[in-house]
Design a protein around this ligand. Structure first.
Ligand code: M6R
Length: 371
C-alpha cells in the first residue's frame, strides 16, 4: 500500500530510516560489559574464515546492485585485506572471465532472480568458487543457489527504480566487511567508529530526507534540461553512477556518472555554462581533490551543483557561484548511503514534473529474468 504517498518510489525513499533499521536489527552488538562491539551475520559466520583466506573476492551484479558492491569495495579490501574485483554479470559471462576455487564470489541482487546474475552464479559454482548471496528476497533463486549469504531485509520494493534496497545492500555489505575484519586488532578503532555510525544511520537518513523540498526546487530548475553529469570519486564514485542511473531510469533524462579522476581525460570538453553538473564533495580522503575539480570546472564556467558535508559550503565553493546541497556527515564508508538520498529525491521530482511514470518506467521490468 502506498499510504500517504503518491507513488511507491516516493514511499520507498522515505521509508529508508525504517528499512535500514530492519537491515541492521539483531546484527549490531553495542558492546559493554563482557560483550565486544561487533556484528553478527548468522548466514555468514561459519564461512568467514574461508572468505578471509580467499585469494580474491568478486562482487557480481547488475545495475543498482552492482553499484552497491562498488560502494563497499574499498571497505571490504581495507578490513579483509583481500582484493575485490567488480564484475557486471553480463560482462563476466560474455568474456567467460576466469574464476578459481580459491575465489569467493558475492552475488548481489535485490530480486534474487536476475537472469544474468543467476547465470553468473551457475558459472562461478562450476568453477568451484565459494558463492555468497546478498539478496532481498528469501527463497529466491540466488538465495537458494548460493552456498551461504546475507538477507538485506529491506522489505518488499515495488518501484522499478531501486532505492531502499540500494541503501540496505550497502548497510548489509558494510556489516559483512566488519565481520571479515573482526579478528584484526589494528582496525579495531576504525570498526568501532563505523559501528557507532551504523547505530546513528537511520537518524542521519531521516535528516537528509528533509532536503525533499530543496530537491523539488532543483528539479523545477532542471526539468527541461537534456542532460546531467555527476562527478564522484572514492566511496562516492558509486553514488555518481547510481545517482545518474536513477535520473535516466525514471526521469528519462540523459545522465552520466563520471569518475572525477577521469575528468581531464575527455569529459571536461563537455563543460560550458549550460550543462548542469553535480559534484559530490563530502568530507573524506578525496575531498581536497574534489575541491580542485570544482575549481577547474568553475574556471570553465561550469554550471555546478555541489553536494558537501554540513558546514563545508564556503570551503568547497569559496567564490560562490555554485548551488550547494549540504548533507550530514558520517564515517566515509557510510557516506554513500546519505549521499544517494538527494539523487533519489531529485530523480523522483524530475519524473513527476516531466510527467513520466514513476513506478513503471517505460521499457523496464522490476525483475529482469531474461538475458
Ligand atoms: O534485482 P536485481 O538487484 O538483481 O536487479 C538488478 C538491476 O536490474 C536493477 O538494480 C536495476 O538496475 C534497477 N531498476 C535500478 O533502479
Amino acid at each position: 500500500k502506498k499510504g500517504n504517498y503518491d507513488h511507491y518510489m516516493q514511499k520507498e525513499i522515505h521509508e529508508q530510516p525504517d528499512s535500514l533499521t530492519t537491515t541492521m536489527r539483531g546484527r549490531l552488538i553495542r558492546g559493554g560489559g563482557d560483550k565486544v562491539k561487533g556484528v553478527l551475520l548468522g548466514g555468514l559466520k561459519d564461512h568467514l574464515k574461508t572468505i578471509r583466506r580467499s585469494r580474491r573476492i568478486l562482487f557480481i551484479g547488475c545495475g543498482t546492485s552492482y553499484h552497491a558492491g562498488l560502494a563497499t569495495r574499498a571497505l571490504v579490501e581495507e578490513l579483509s585485506g583481500v582484493p575485490v574485483t567488480m564484475e557486471l554479470a553480463s560482462d563476466l559471462l560474455d568474456r567467460q572471465g576466469p574464476i578459481y576455487r580459491e575465489d569467493t564470489a558475492f552475488f548481489v541482487s535485490q530480486s534474487g532472480e536476475t537472469a544474468d546474475t543467476l547465470q553468473a552464479l551457475e558459472y562461478a559454482k562450476a568453477c568451484g568458487a565459494l558463492c555468497v548471496g546478498v539478496t532481498n528476497t528469501v527463497g529466491s533463486a540466488i538465495a537458494r543457489g548460493t552456498h551461504c549469504g546475507v538477507h538485506i531485509n529491506a522489505g518488499c520494493e515495488i518501484g522499478v527504480a531501486s532505492t531502499k534496497a540500494y541503501t540496505s545492500q550497502i548497510a548489509a555489505m558494510t556489516m559483512m566487511a566488519l565481520a571479515l575484519g573482526e579478528d584484526t586488532l589494528s582496525s579495531r578503532n576504525r570498526r568501532e567508529a563505523i559501528i557507532d555510525d551504523l547505530f546513528n544511520l537511520p537518524n542521519m537518513v531521516e535528516e537528509v530526507l528533509k532536503l525533499d523540498s530543496d530537491m523539488k526546487v532543483l528539479a523545477q530548475e532542471l526539468m527541461d534540461e537534456q542532460s546531467l553529469l555527476v562527478f564522484g570519486r572514492g566511496y562516492n564514485y558509486a553514488t555518481a553512477l547510481e545517482g545518474a542511473l536513477k535520473v535516466k531510469e525514471v526521469a528519462l533524462m540523459h545522465s552520466e556518472g563520471i569518475l572525477a579522476g577521469e575528468m581531464k581525460h575527455g569529459p571536461l570538453a563537455l563543460v560550458d555554462e549550460t550543462l548542469p553538473i553535480i559534484v559530490i564533495a563530502t568530507r573524506d580522503a578525496t575531498c581536497s581533490k574534489q575541491q580542485s575539480v570544482i575549481q577547474q570546472l568553475q574556471a570553465r564556467k561550469g554550471r555546478l551543483i555541489v553536494i558537501c558535508s554540513k558546514g563545508d559550503a564556503n570551503v568547497m565553493c569559496p567564490n560562490g557561484g555554485c548551488r550547494v546541497i549540504e548533507v550530514p556527515q558520517l564515517q566515509d564508508c557510510l557516506q554513500p548511503i546519505i549521499n544517494i538520498v538527494p539523487f533519489q529525491l531529485l530523480a523522483y521530482h524530475l519524473t513527476v514534473l516531466r510527467g513520466f511514470n514513476v513506478d513503471q518506467p517505460r521499457n523496464l521490468a522490476k525483475s529482469v529474468t531474461t538475458s
